[in-house]
Each structure stands twice: as structure tokens, then as C-alpha cells.
Design a protein around this ligand. Structure first.
Ligand code: UDP
Ligand code: MG
Length: 325
């Protein structure tokens, strides 16, 4: 069975038409499905619409969050309630086309765990499309998962994926990346994208700054999340090394300048005083930074060693043998 999860923030005009399209797509292709609308703190009566739809159609259920917690939280609430072994997420604003659902299912059958949509011809204003291109390119470069449209609202994945990745804050943009880091197989297919008919977009230009900061977080979490000292410690040691080199060089100069040679006479070389040299300031700063980074890494290791017990750091693909579960 397929669980369709739809996060909803002030989309009451779109919901009836969206459900009608999902029903049409489901009927035409004989798919068993449920639809879970998650109302993420709407204030436009979306919840009443969801209640009506749930009354008319037994496949529909609704969850209302107490306030607006963000798309990632809404999706998580939906995924926890999902009963299917496949999960499809789609936006509520009719920009994603439910007629694409069968294509996603057959692509997944080719042996993938996540099928990500790719809005090839995107019908959004340019100030959204262009930064998004850059953003997708950056994510692909930094994480090694090459997709054209990481943040596409339309995605299909197996229930294991939903169980094993944790999204919070605005990390819904990184569902494929997080799944990829767990070893799931990811692919993408082109989807038909439509213009927003009702309401307005819930994300402004700030999304790109936040998205970039989240990219750093995700890169760190997936790369060094279990071994932070390997990154912070490496930075720390580099800085310490640079600092010690600088200080050492200045120390040698100081000795040559102040200490007369064993055989007596004037100091070997005449150099300008050490105190006002820029190199001194840089070296001291580097030493301090290095020490800080190193101890920050130790603190991070302490946190990791206390939390790994609670969450799995690996992901099991299959089991064999007769051992009972
Ligand atoms: N959404 C949500 N909570 C939020 C913001 C958005 O549930 O805090 C939903 C919204 O109702 C829509 C989907 O997430 O169904 C995508 O939002 P939107 O269409 O505004 O994003 P865009 O298409 O502009 O990227
Ligand atoms: Mg939209």
C-alpha cells in the first residue's frame, strides 16, 4: 500500500481538487493507497476542509499540528502515521501533479529506495528558479548525490527510508541526501510542474540563506556526525602547527638577537624587536584557535559517545539465516 502525505499550510482552496486528482490517478491505475493531510497550523480553514474530505472518503485522514512547526515536522508527523510500505509526499498547492504517481511507482520497482521528482520545466518566478539551480548544484557537488531538484515536493520512498532518517527544522530539503548517506539507492524522474493557482508560496528569499546553512549542517552530520574530532581536530592541529611554527621562528630570532654566542662578542645578528611584528599576533591567534578547535572537537566526541547508544549509526539492508528475530 501507498501512503500519500500532504503537508498543508493555508491551502484550503486547493485541497478538494488535489484529492479529486489523487483519486482519479489511483482509480485509473488500481493502486491501493491512503491520503494523510497534515495541517501545519493553517489559519484559513484548511482543517475544516480536511475534516470534510475525511468524512466523504474513507481513504483520507487528517492530522492537525497545534501550531505551524514547518514542513519537515509536518512530514514527520505524516510519516509516523503512515501505514503503507511506500510513502509518497506531495505539496498541497496543486503544483505537483498526482497523475505522475504511477510513473514514480514503476521507477521504484526498477530497484530503488527513493524516487525524487525533477521539475524540468519549472513554473515559478525566476528569482526562485535561478537560486534554486545554484543551490541544487552546490548540494550535488558537496554531498556527491547528483540530483537536479533535491527539494522537489514530489518524492516516493520505501517506509524504511521514512523510519531511518530524521528530519527536523528545515531539513526536508535534504531527504534524498540523508537517505543517500544511509546507503539507500536514489534516482530521479522528470515531472510535470504546474503554476500555483491559489494562495502564495510559504517560503521567501530567506530560504536560500537557511538552505545554505542547513547544507553545512547536513554535510557535517553525514560526513563527520559520528566522528567530529576528525574534522575539528584536524582544523585544530593545522592551526596549532602554523602557530607553533611562527612562534618557534620568532623564538629563534629572539635568541640570536639577545644571547651572545658562546665564544663571546656581540649577538650574531641584528634584528628588529619581536614585539610589534604582525607574525607574533598571527601566531598567537592561530595557537589559541587551534587549542579551541581541538577542545571543541573533544566536547563534540563526548556528546556523540553519549548519544550513539540511542540511535542506530548504520542501516540494515537484508537478513538471512534461520535465526529468529
Ligand atoms: N508547508 C507546510 N508548512 C510550512 C510551509 C509550507 O506544511 O511551514 C507546505 C505548503 O502548504 C505546501 C508545501 O509545504 O503544501 C510547499 O510549500 P510551498 O508551495 O509554499 O513551497 P514552494 O512551492 O514555494 O517551494
Ligand atoms: Mg509550491
Amino acid at each position: 500500500m501507498l501512503s500519500i502525505i500532504v503537508p498543508v499550510l493555508n491551502e484550503h482552496e486547493s485541497l478538494p481538487q488535489l484529492l479529486a486528482e489523487i483519486v482519479r490517478s489511483g482509480e485509473r491505475h488500481g493502486i491501493g493507497y491512503e491520503v494523510i493531510f497534515v495541517d501545519d497550523g493553517s489559519r484559513d480553514g484548511s482543517w475544516d476542509v480536511i475534516c470534510q474530505l475525511a468524512e466523504q472518503n474513507e481513504k483520507v485522514s487528517g492530522i492537525r499540528l497545534r501550531r505551524n512547526f514547518g514542513k519537515a515536522a509536518a512530514l514527520t508527523a505524516g510519516m509516523r502515521a503512515a501505514k503503507g510500505d511506500l510513502v509518497l509526499m506531495m505539496d498541497a498547492d496543486l503544483q505537483d501533479d498526482p497523475a505522475e504517481i504511477p510513473n514514480f511507482l514503476s521507477k521504484l520497482d526498477e530497484g530503488f529506495d527513493v524516487v525524487n521528482g525533477w521539475k524540468v520545466r519549472r513554473l515559478d518566478p525566476w528569482h526562485k528558479v535561478f537560486p534554486s539551480r545554484v543551490f541544487n548544484w552546490m548540494i550535488s557537488r558537496l554531498t556527491g548525490l547528483k540530483l537536479h531538484d533535491h527539494n522537489c515536493g514530489l518524492k516516493l520512498f520505501r517506509a524504511e527510508v521514512a523510519r531511518e532518517i530524521t528530519i527536523y527544522g528545515e531539513l526536508h530539503r535534504f531527504i534524498p541526501v540523508l537517505a543517500h548517506a544511509k546507503g539507500f539507492r536514489i534516482t530521479e524522474i522528470a515531472v510535470h510542474h504546474r503554476e500555483r493557482q491559489f494562495g502564495h508560496s510559504k517560503y521567501g528569499v530567506r530560504r536560500f540563506l537557511r538552505g545554505f546553512l542547513d547544507l553545512l549542517t547536513v554535510k557535517f552530520l553525514t560526513g563527520f556526525g559520528q566522528r567530529p574530532q576528525h574534522m575539528l581536530g584536524a582544523i585544530g592541529l593545522t592551526f596549532l602547527g602554523v602557530g607553533f611554527l611562527g612562534l618557534g621562528y620568532l623564538a629563534v630570532l629572539w635568541l640570536l638577537m639577545n644571547v651572545p654566542p658562546l665564544w663571546g662578542g656581540a649577538p650574531l645578528i641584528a634584528v628588529s624587536p619581536i614585539g610589534p611584528r604582525p607574525l607574533l599576533a598571527y601566531s598567537v591567534a592561530a595557537t589559541l584557535l587551534g587549542g579551541q578547535s581541538l577542545s571543541l572537537g573533544l566536547l563534540a566526541e563526548l556528546i556523540v559517545s553519549n548519544t550513539v547508544r540511542e540511535q542506530a549509526t548504520f542501516s540494515i539492508a537484508e537478513r538471512t539465516g534461520r535465526r529468529d528475530k
